[in-house]
Design a protein. Structure first.
Length: 516
């Protein structure tokens, strides 16, 4: 029901007039992972009418497993069976200003689950957590408890007006079987109206579907039951409905930062060790080069001194021969030739002696250092790249992309179409604000270290509208080598970054290498 039909509002009004109401303002959604999941939580209202008069109404909670598919409890929509053709399902998102009509696609009474289709709205789907869950692990229930509605609703409009779900916290108490269905026992407070709502971990991933609760009588403690994810996954598989799942344990951002620092320190230690080993190899190579240079130099020096001595001896013989020939009248011409040859040989002997090499270890060291520096100099990445996720440096709350193929150009052009701007602190940055998904991604790439980071913010509709408005001021769309345009892009992106929450929801760190 795009914009809840007026008859539905009137029918709800007649039902609510008998209820006592006190106005209690709901707390605004907090900027955390649970609030991000709350964007996909809805109120489910089922109203039965006979001859135009409302005869019954039920309401509960549901959550999106796809943009247009919602899971809730089967008993929340049981009026459809009791009043065939005379009951309607209303879906009221937690954000926006409209409610919508839904249609039940599949019902499983044994598991107490129902799948509803809704059109006209795109809801952020929740992710199911399939990893290990221990007793006493903290968890959160989201939903629309009826006792809160009775205290706060002032008119029928309140039941078809989008509002944030109520959260309650508790701990995991155990695993049980309830009427043949695997359930989680927990201590988060729920009430009528929470039925069909999600039970979440701290990262906002679904652990189960809240379905029932025990009654505390004669001092007994109250416990709640949530249908386990294993049952929900089986139900959705039978309905041919894909769903997002993840088994990565939930880490707080502080834990992720600590792991990131530890991993960075580990890598730093490894790099220092590699540098030390390289320095030792370079020192050994330098010593070997010096020894070889000394040996080569000594051999050359000795050869040139011996050559100079030989030339000197030949010059003496030539000059002596010239003197002997000068006394003979018929040998004057030969005497002059011998004298000239002797002089040339003498000069050559002197030159060879003077040009003998002296050993200079500094020149050898400089040449060796120059070669070593060139060999070890870090080169910035460019061209086709393959980037692999580094889980130990990431905070992962949604199913991640394990590998990313990129193509980088030195002027900040990514994949031949997206211009990045120089980022504060080094590297390059681009902020992506999509039109449909309620997620802002801050992408950062450092071509020197090969690090590629995707910091994801899961924002409310209001925050997304603000980010999209700021994105409209970004002029640089395609790649351009103009430094002035990049500076303007950096300024415009800074405005978007300032509007984002202080804490990121997800941070995916990749290590990039040249693609083969």
């Amino acid at each position: 029901m795009t914009n809840a039909p007026l008859p539905l509002v009137r029918l709800l009004a007649s039902w609510l007039t008998a209820l006592a109401a006190m106005l209690v303002l709901a707390a605004p959604a907090r900027a955390d992972d649970v609030s991000a999941s709350a964007r996909g939580v809805v109120r489910v209202v089922v109203i039965a009418t006979v001859d135009g008069e409302m005869v019954d109404v039920e309401h509960g909670t549901g959550f999106a497993v796809a943009p247009g598919r919602i899971v809730t409890n089967a008993h929340v929509v049981e009026l459809l069976e009791r009043y065939p053709g005379e009951a309607v399902v209303g879906v009221v998102p937690s954000e926006g200003d409209k409610s919508f009509e839904g249609r039940v696609l599949r019902l499983d009474k044994s598991r107490d689950l129902a799948l509803i289709e809704v059109t006209g709205v795109r809801l952020p789907p929740l992710t199911l957590y399939t990893g290990q869950l221990g007793e006493s692990d903290p968890l959160i229930a989201l939903g629309y408890p009826g006792n809160v509605d009775l205290a706060t609703a002032r008119s029928a409009d309140d039941f078809v007006t989008p509002t944030a779900p109520v959260r309650s916290q508790g701990v995991m108490s155990g695993n049980r079987t309830l009427e043949g269905t695997a359930v989680l026992v927990h201590t988060a407070s729920i009430a009528r109206g929470n039925s069909g709502g999600p039970l979440l971990d701290r990262c906002g991933r679904v652990l189960g579907v809240n379905s029932a609760l025990t009654r505390g009588e004669e001092g007994d403690a109250s416990f709640a039951f949530a249908i386990a994810d294993s049952e929900l996954i089986a139900f959705l598989r039978e309905a041919s409905q894909p769903v997002s799942t993840i088994a990565t344990p939930c880490l707080t951002l502080a834990d992720a930062d600590a792991r990131d620092r530890a991993e960075a320190e580990r890598q730093s230690i490894e790099e220092r060790e590699r540098a030390r080993a390289a320095a030792e190899r370079a020192r050994d190579d330098r010593e070997a080069a010096l020894e070889k240079a000394r040996a080569d130099n000594a051999e050359t020096r000795e050869n040139m001194i011996a050559g100079a001595a030989l030339l000197l001896a030949l010059s003496v013989l030539a000059i002596g021969g010239a003197g002997l020939l000068a006394g003979k009248r018929q040998k004057q011409r030969q005497a002059r030739i011998a004298a000239i040859a002797g002089g040339v040989l003498f000069v050559a002997a002197i030159a060879t002696f003077l040009l003998r090499p002296d050993f200079d270890p500094e020149s050898v060291a400089a040449a060796d250092e120059s070669g070593g520096t060139a060999a070890t100099r870090t080169t910035a990445l460019s061209g086709p790249l393959l980037c692999t996720l580094v889980p130990e440096r990431s905070r992962i709350i949604l199913p991640p992309v394990e590998t990313v193929s990129l193509s980088w150009r030195g002027d900040g052009c990514m994949n031949g179409r997206t211009q990045y701007a120089e980022a504060p602190g080094g590297g390059w940055e681009r902020i992506l604000v999509p039109n449909e998904d309620a997620t802002v991604s801050v992408l950062r790439f450092d071509p020197v270290s090969g690090s590629y980071t995707n910091s994801r913010y899961l924002l409310s509709a209001e925050a997304m509208a603000r980010a999209r408005s700021l994105r409209g001021q970004v002029q640089q769309k395609a790649c351009a080598a103009d430094t002035g345009a990049r500076a303007a892009l950096a300024t415009q992106q800074s405005a978007i970054r300032t509007s984002l929450p202080a804490q990121v929801n997800e941070r995916l760190v990749y290590r990039c290498t040249a693609a083969k």
